[in-house]
Write a protein that binds this ligand. Structure first.
Ligand SMILES: Cc1ncc(COP(=O)(O)O)c(C=O)c1O
Length: 317
C-alpha cells in the first residue's frame, strides 16, 4: 500500500498500526470485502461492487457504518492521495489502481463467536489502493494451468456466494496449486461440477458459445461475469449459464477466467491435461481486449470530480 489507507472515514498513514487486536476480522475472519479497479481515479463498476458488499453484509448480519456515497468518496480521496488518479490528460499514463474495501465486524473483547454485544459492535471499514499490475504477459501468453482443489464447494451453503474474509479454503487451494507446480486451483462442487477458481469465474467456449457455471454451482457472482453475460454477444460470442463438468472443460474449444482486477485470462490446462490444445484461444484474447477497452472508456466517460463512481452512473453500458 502506497503511503495511505482509508480507515473509518479518515486517511491515515499506511505504515502505522491501525486495528484493535480484538477486531473480529483478525480474530475470526468475520468480515467481507470487495476488490475493484480504479482507472483515472474512477472506480469501475462501483455500484455493482457496493451492491455485492451490501449483500455479503446482509448474509452475515453485518451493519455497514457508512453510506455508499462515503465509500465512493473515500476511494476517490485515497486514490488521489496515493497519486494513482492521473487522468492522463497531460500526456502522462492514466492512473490505474487495484482497490480493496474490507469491512470487519469490528473489535469485541469478549471471547466466543456470538457473545453479548456482538450485534451492536461498530464495524471497521478499510480501503486500500495499490498501483495496478496487469497479469504477467508470459502467463497471458501460455495461459493458466490449474489443478482441481481437494476443497469442495457446497451449493447448498448459505455462504457459497458471500465474499467473506474467511479465506482459509482459498489460501489452502492456492497452496495446493503451488505445491503441484500449477498456477491456480479450481473448486469443484460437492457433486463434482466446476465451480470457480480461487479468484475468478470460469468460462468455456464451445462451438462459438461461451458458458459459465450458474449461481447454483457455488460461485461468487462476479461483476466481470455479469459484464460478460451482457456484452459478449455484441462481440459475436453469445454467453449462457450452464453447468460445466470437468470433462466439458477438457473438451472445450478454449477456456478463460474472469475477474475485476486480472480481467480475462486464458485457462489452458486442468488436472495436468491441455484445454484447447494447451494454447490460449482467440476468444480469450478478444474478450480481454474488449473488457480493457470498456474499462478505459468507462473511466473517460465518468464525470470529473466527486463522486466519480460507477460507469453505469455515467451512462456507460
Ligand atoms: C472466488 C472468486 N470468484 C470470482 C471472482 C470474480 O469476481 P469479480 O469479477 O467481481 O472480480 C472473484 C474475485 O475476486 C473471486 O474471489
Amino acid at each position: 500500500v502506497t503511503g495511505w489507507v482509508w480507515l473509518d472515514g479518515r486517511l491515515v498513514d499506511g505504515g502505522a498500526p491501525h486495528l484493535n487486536v480484538s477486531d473480529r476480522g483478525f480474530q475470526l475472519g468475520d468480515g467481507i470485502f470487495e476488490t475493484a479497479r480504479a482507472r483515472r481515479g474512477v472506480v469501475i463498476e462501483l455500484a455493482e461492487h457496493l451492491a455485492r458488499l451490501r449483500e455479503s453484509a446482509a448474509a452475515l448480519a453485518l451493519t455497514l457504518p457508512v453510506t455508499d456515497a462515503a465509500i465512493g468518496q473515500g476511494i476517490v480521496e485515497l486514490v488521489r492521495a496515493v497519486g494513482l488518479d492521473s487522468t492522463g490528460a497531460d500526456g502522462a499514463e492514466p492512473g490505474d489502481a487495484a482497490v480493496r474495501i474490507t469491512v470487519s465486524r469490528g473489535p469485541l473483547e469478549k471471547r466466543g463467536l456470538a457473545p453479548p454485544g456482538f450485534e451492536t459492535v461498530e464495524a471497521t471499514i478499510v480501503i486500500q489502493a495499490w498501483p495496478y499490475v496487469p497479469p504477467d504477459p508470459a502467463v497471458l501468453g501460455r495461459g493458466i494451468r490449474a489443478i482441481p482443489s481437494a476443497v469442495r464447494r457446497d451449493p447448498g451453503s448459505p455462504l457459497a456466494g458471500v465474499k467473506s474474509t474467511s479465506r482459509a479454503d482459498y489460501v489452502y487451494a492456492r497452496l495446493e496449486a503451488v505445491r503441484a507446480g500449477a498456477d491456480d486451483a479450481l473448486f469443484l462442487t460437492t457433486d463434482g461440477r466446476i465451480s470457480e477458481s480461487t479468484t475468478a469465474n470460469v468460462w468455456t467456449v464451445v462451438g462459438g458459445v461461451a458458458r459459465t457455471p450458474p449461481r447454483g454451482d457455488a460461485i461468487l457472482a462476479g461483476t466481470t461475469r455479469t459484464w460478460l453475460m451482457a456484452h459478449a454477444a455484441a462481440l459475436g460470442l453469445p454467453a449462457v449459464e450452464a453447468t460445466i463438468q470437468p470433462s466439458d472443460l477438457l473438451a472445450a474449444d478454449e477456456a478463460f477466467l474472469s475477474s475485476s482486477v486480472a480481467g480475462i485470462v486464458p485457462l489452458t490446462g486442468y488436472d495436468g491435461r491441455p484445454i484447447g490444445g494447451g494454447r490460449p484461444g482467440p476468444w480469450a484474447a478478444a474478450v480481454r481486449r474488449a473488457r480493457e477497452d470498456w474499462i478505459d472508456s468507462a473511466s473517460l466517460a465518468a464525470p470529473a470530480g466527486a463522486p466519480r463512481g460507477s460507469a453505469r452512473d455515467a451512462g456507460v453500458r
